[in-house]
Write a protein that binds this ligand. Structure first.
Ligand SMILES: [Zn+2]
Length: 81
């Protein structure tokens, strides 16, 4: 999936609260375990890096590295002028 498409998708998911913006309590990176990415919903292959994120709410998200980066970017507060 194109990065722009993932970004659009993540923005929509954040707006509809399908994807939370909670502060990660812990983040692990490793090889994909065949889980579905919480952002792009594609399977994270063993040849790809999987980010496992424990949220303060107790929820665990699994994302591609790229999807994780975009998710954190979109969750970050807008820089003050
Ligand atoms: Zn993904």
């Amino acid at each position: 999936m194109e990065e722009a498409a993932i970004r659009t998708r993540i923005r929509t998911m954040l707006e509809t609260r399908t994807l939370p913006c909670d502060e990660p309590r812990a983040t692990w990176a490793g090889n994909g375990g065949g889980h579905r990415c919480a952002a792009c919903t594609e399977t994270i292959a063993p040849t790809e890096i999987e980010f496992e994120v424990d949220l303060a709410s107790g929820l665990t998200l699994r994302l591609h590295r790229r999807c994780h980066d975009i998710w954190r970017q979109e969750c970050a507060p807008a820089p003050s002028p």
